[in-house]
Design a protein around this ligand. Sequence first.
Ligand SMILES: Nc1nc2c(ncn2[C@@H]2O[C@H](COP(=O)(O)OP(=O)(O)O)[C@@H](O)[C@H]2O)c(=O)[nH]1
Ligand SMILES: [Mg+2]
Length: 201
Amino acid sequence: MAIRELKVCLLGDTGVGKSSIVCRFVQDHFDHNISPTIGASFMTKTVPCGNELHKFLIWDTAGQERFHSLAPMYYRGSAAAVIVYDITKQDSFHTLKKWVKELKEHGPENIVMAIAGNKCDLSDIREVPLKDAKEYAESIGAVVVETSAKNAINIEELFQGISHDPRVAGLSPASGSLLSREPASPSAPPPTCTLSQMNKS
Ligand SMILES: Nc1nc2c(ncn2[C@@H]2O[C@H](COP(=O)(O)OP(=O)(O)O)[C@@H](O)[C@H]2O)c(=O)[nH]1
Ligand SMILES: [Mg+2]
């Protein structure tokens, strides 16, 4: 069976649940005391998609401002970006819009943007209406889904949405090589970058 490798990066404010989403997707696990990401962490997961396998090469970035300058190393060459906000924090939705702007200005052309409104298990203290997120996503041609890494809601669906996006399917024939928007772009950042495996306490 042919394998497509899809580089995907996660962007968004600190604490919105980026690492928890990756941890749920890759390990089907949730850790209340998950450690903050330093620099970025890398994980992979292979899933069937039609008569192909899609191997997600997932770069989970740190949201802190001091790591912002590293972000281009992760979104460059990405087939998709998962941009995460916390439905209980309006500020995080504002930050998401800044990431979208940066991707549009400096990211790969036609990168698939998937918006995740995480922590939907906390909808009783919601600050961001789903309607607002849907309207915004539609205006920028992104997909949006509300997720809960904690309760395993819509995590698979989020990545399936990327897998099935026609822009991903149409990238190139499945060849076993990295599907990259920019052929010269590295699939891994330069060695000067701080990397850590996902820390779990
Ligand atoms: N209630 C709830 N808490 C979550 C969810 N996802 C993450 N968290 C918590 O939010 C905090 C930050 O999560 P983390 O994955 O480190 O966020 P990151 O900084 O974006 O990577 C941690 O305490 C997580 O346990 C979720 O879906 N629901
Ligand atoms: Mg993190």
